[in-house]
Design a protein around this ligand. Structure first.
Ligand code: ATR
Length: 278
């Protein structure tokens, strides 16, 4: 008899997580005998949770705030890309060992490939906005593909310089005041910063000099239509919102735990979209 496969997302708090809805939709769609539950694990209880994991109760699961860095020390192995990104968001348990990985960079690429096929033809230059934690997954993703120069913009230039030194070569740090000079060469713009959340906007970021076929992508998904994306679309540019990245980053985890590679469908997207603010 087949064993029921169980997976989870751990975080603290965890009630806001959309992952149970995403994975639950796929479990039902593919008729899989499995479960995916949200488990609130406070930081002090994380080590005990790993004891439970090694017992074999779960096939694996997702890790979210505030545990994405702390789990490094508890995993039996962490893949090199997760190390470079500096965060583990996915755990796979096999033979009592816990392997940590990061699927955010695959989610970013999966979303871009689905929404803007051919975006990386002819090695485009790329503008990345923001140099915080989320930028690392995007930079690792971009560097895994054939792109030209990656222009890394940040409010605090020193942070961009440090990140470019760490993840370069091919990454050029800038202040936002350089944006209009580099814009004519960039066929992809990616916002990785928190600007856009709750409708906040970049002041003075002029999209007018981007090429006509440029793609503007935002990893913020609440709201779905950030002011940056609205500006891009008003200029006739293609916009890719951040919800797709959330959906696509879930694909490799589900495949690891349940053995089926799930599809990101319009129906799944609509279900999650219905849970987002305005
Ligand atoms: P995350 O892990 O979500 O990336 P983070 O590490 O705190 O969060 O990074 C937030 C990013 O948003 C940083 O690049 C930050 O710029 P600074 O390094 O200058 O702080 C950027 N950011 C936040 N608020 C911003 C604002 N009002 N204007 C421009 N950039 C902003």
């Amino acid at each position: 008899m087949a064993v029921t496969r169980k997976a989870f997302v751990i975080g603290h708090p965890i009630a806001h997580s959309r992952s149970p809805l995403i994975h639950g939709t796929w479990l039902a769609q593919y008729g899989i005998d499995g479960s995916y539950e949200a488990i609130d694990v406070p930081p002090a209880a994380l080590a005990d949770f790993f004891v439970r994991l090694r017992s074999g109760e779960f096939a694996g699961g997702n890790v979210t705030i505030p545990h994405k860095e702390a789990v490094f020390a508890l995993c039996d192995a962490v893949d090199p890309l997760a190390r470079t990104i500096g965060a583990v968001n996915t755990l796979v348990v096999a033979d009592g060992r816990v392997q940590g990985t990061n699927t955010d960079y695959l989610g970013f690429l999966g979303n871009l490939d689905a929404g803007a096929p051919g975006w990386d033809e002819n090695e485009p230059d790329v503008a990345v906005l923001g140099a915080g934690g989320a930028a690392r997954a995007v930079l690792v993703a971009l560097k895994s593909r054939r792109v030209g120069t990656i222009h890394l913009f940040n409010r605090t230039l020193e942070t961009a310089i440090r990140l470019a030194d760490e993840l370069g070569p091919g990454i050029q740090p800038h202040e936002y005041s350089d944006f209009s000079i580099t814009a004519p060469f960039c066929r992809l713009v990616v916002n990785t910063s928190s600007v856009g959340m709750h409708g906040t906007r970049f002041e003075g970021l002029d999209l007018a000099r981007l090429p006509e076929d440029a793609v503007v992508s935002d990893i913020v998904y609440s709201p779905l239509e950030t002011p940056l994306l609205a500006d891009a679309r008003a200029r006739g540019l293609r916009g890719i919102d951040g919800l797709g990245m959330l959906l696509h980053q879930a694909v490799p985890g589900f495949e690891h735990w349940f053995g089926v590679r799930p599809e990101v469908t319009p129906d799944l997207r609509a279900r999650i979209e219905a849970t987002l603010e305005g």
